[in-house]
Design a protein. Structure first.
Length: 88
């Protein structure tokens, strides 16, 4: 169960801002854009391990998209794969 550390969380948020965020994505006006548009990002921090163990994207659809460390996958890899538009 690998969570994200502080640096990885900051890098993830910057990546979302640059590649999946509303400010830059809406400027593209590309209807064939396959990456998810992220409006809100939530996360849970475990103070015992100082890691982020849950990432949640919500606000762009009715249901939130949630990634968790206990789901038997690498959290960082799974989140970036989703953000790049790869099928889950």
């Amino acid at each position: 169960m690998n969570g994200l550390n502080y640096t990885e969380l900051a890098e993830l948020l910057k990546y979302i801002e640059e590649n999946n965020g509303w400010k830059k994505t809406l400027v593209r006006h590309d209807h064939n854009y396959k990456k998810p548009l992220i409006k809100y990002v939530g996360f849970d921090f475990d103070s015992r391990t100082s890691t982020i163990w849950l990432i949640k994207f919500h606000g762009m659809t009715k249901d939130a998209i949630t990634f968790r460390t206990e789901q038997d996958y690498n959290l960082k890899d799974k989140v970036y794969k989703y953000l790049k538009g790869d099928k889950q």
